[in-house]
Ligand binder design. Sequence first.
Ligand code: SF4
Length: 698
Amino acid sequence: MDGSGLPETRSTCPYCGVGCGVLLRPDGQGGLDMRGDPDHPANFGRLCSKGSALGETVGLDQRLLTPRVDGRQSDWDSALGLVASRFSQTIAEHGPDSVAFYVSGQLLTEDYYVANKLMKGFIGSANIDTNSRLCMASSVAGHKRAFGTDTVPGTYEDIDAADLVVLVGSNLAWCHPVLHQRVLAARKARGTKIVVIDPRRTASCDSADMHLALEPGSDVALFNRLLVKLYEGGALDKGFLAHTNGFDDTLHAAFSDDPSVTGLERVRIDKFCELWMRTEKVVTIYSQGVNQSSSGSDKVNAILNCHLATGRIGKSGCGPLSVTGQPNAMGGREVGGLANMLACHLDIENADHRAAVRDFWDAPRIPDAPGLKAVDMFRAVGDGRIKALWIIHTNPAVSMPEADAVRDSIAACPFTVVSDITEQTDTARLADVLLPATAWAEKDGTVTNSDRTISRQRAVLPPPGAARPDWEILAEVGRRMGYSAAFDYSSPAEIFREYAALSSLGSHFGRDFDISAFAALSDRDYATLAPVRWPVTASRRGGRFFADRRFFHSDGKAKLLPVRWRPPAAKTEPRYPFRLNTGRLRDQWHTMTRTGLSPRLAAHLPEPFAEIHPGDASRLGIARADLVRLTSPTGTAILRARLTDTVNPGQVFAPMHWTGETAPSARIDALVAAATDPVSGQPESKASVVAVSRFDAA
Ligand code: SF4
């Protein structure tokens, strides 16, 4: 209770991977009163501008309230019957790989679990991928290569205890603001130094001791140089290195890389290396600037190499920490909701893992190879290999690279289903069947944040109209496809218990993920579940990985990976001489379907824009506030020019939030090439090439 005497409900902010706890109370007028949860270990009561405006975004404006079929109002029985029969018919005629699910890090873990079970265990295809592919797939790949599993070694408490925080490709101040507040609190309390490594001078640089504005995509060369300096400076931890493989080859690769490709003065690189070397407690936080790259996995491993070589991992105040963009990107990884994974960090290519999961589910089949990752999935939609597609809580017609082509592919798909809270998205407008799903304040389930903490999200408002929870919609389709027993769920608690029981396979096969102690959780205990960091087993609750220097490769050792710098896939050329960097704004979220409902948030930066260096602008005859045209090989956008030296000459930054609904000329992902990292499949959203001209120029 707060001062009003009315009960508050504990839940979790649905925007970013920080996973802040919130206390909610209906205001009696369709909105919510809210405050940060002082007891939640992610935020201890703090909230950012987006989180604190959540209560303004829960109205029924623009909500989808009934199923729609071919643009006409329908009912659940007809709509779900059609979905089940069209998917069954397509599978019967063309095989299981002719259908696909494209889901979202907005889904709760229980929703994700049911979607993954239906596709992998019962339809028998691995064609389920997620918009988290655009967010952190390179981190997953890097973790697996270094540690043997997708283990996030760092925690938020490590930030509080660090003496140096290095932000790589992360505008933490705008994209994960509550974590940034923790960094600033550490600086105040213990003098923590902050280094920002980013081609752009972002808001995070305002409080930094050093900003290294490296050339886009050159992070591997920078961290290879750091490894060389650590070696030359005698800063390696030989005792720790005995628990790793691959150091000699890794060092050799590091020596052969040329740090000048970073575009940074040698003296500044050396200053950074010296600071790193002489500071014992170093946390490296990295995000989309690392992951969204055609060499994203190598960038991650270049960072991990430095932490492993110096033993700055697995102990307080140390470690690499990948922060996810979405509230439940981590939960999606844990349930295996990506095309190349099985649940509980088990491997789809491993026959024993597949057999164990299939037996647990009593499933008729399970695919023996990875499915189509996001970019390839939409290519398969475009060339007709995918004939039935179900898109859940995401807007790929705007957010995928080469968004115009993706939009055209979805439009041409023989059967497209979209589950969402609104029909006002570019993707929903293309659906044959639209299914009204519940929104975050109406949903019950769990999410996992970027430091492995599982938190409950709790319904505080009733579902409006005919809206239903995603797990219920998916289970109903599973039953109608003939899998009644496997999808006979009555509550998210029941799904969570099944998932927890399945997770004992994680430990059984020597993986990190296991929450099997929750397999017998009562409904009452699920209802009151407090935030908890996994693993949760009979013998362990939370804690730190790698303090014992044991990793998850078969020999128990970590791997340092020899990596070499590669330039971004797209090359600048006379026709496309600028590098385009895309990213988020402080007060907007994804394609603005929720944050766009808050006038307070919209007031921050109300219209789409392109940041251009004043020197480039002058050369091109562009004045402040002119409209400019950005043209890439795949699309065009018209944006307001903002002249600023926060971007270097030859570079342009544009936010990615605006859509065909809000600003048709500003769909920035239409300009982004669908080049991907060869290991992770993550697209390179920060180094496309474009031409820039004044809009009215000939
Ligand atoms: Fe929500 Fe992220 Fe802000 Fe926390 S930091 S309040 S999770 S948007």
